[in-house]
Design a protein. Sequence first.
Length: 228
Amino acid sequence: MKQFIAPDIFKDSVIAVFTRKHPGADLDAISAMLKIKKEDIFMPMQEHTDTIHILHADRKPVIADAIITREQGVLLGIQVADCVPILMHESKRGVVSVVHAGWRGTAHALLQKTIRLMIREFTCRPENIQMAMGPSIKWCCYEVDSDVFKAVMKQTGEGDYYKEKEDKHCLDLATANKIQALTLGVSEDNIWISDECTYCYPDKYYSYRYAKKPFGRQGGFIGHCSRA
Ligand SMILES: [Zn+2]
């Protein structure tokens, strides 16, 4: 099994990959495999916030669930185990970003807030954004209670991102985030979504719901880095 998924939506100038269970978020292994120095990989401390960090030269640790940068030589990373890992590249401005979108992030429109900040801080344009969403839990396996459903729906509106199963709501967070991105003017042609559900493939992916405890994370990584 290949260890990296490389979405074909991005231009050559950027390194953009999703990992599976192995190497997961093992930075030594990722550094070796991508030939990028470990200290050039930057990952936030994720806490299901709607905090977005703009990374400049200073790489001190931060609590955030989205990171934006125009720095060269840094690989941004985000880690997940059912939530949606989102990678973005604004190819005209050379800006990259990562977003950790669980139901809370989706209900807080974290992806939209990140895109708006890319526009405001770096004059990015939605039509120049390429976006990829890695493996995450899908509606086949993601029943949520009505409070969660309502919170996501409030931000997302109507769309093809949920199903009713008996008296339960089943959510597809990747599709909800896609709808939020389309609303801001990102082109559907520029959005890549993995068709794999983390809960359906527990041999390949960490799934918090499947394991019922946190025991590991896979990741999404993007950046303008020269390989060592
Ligand atoms: Zn599934």
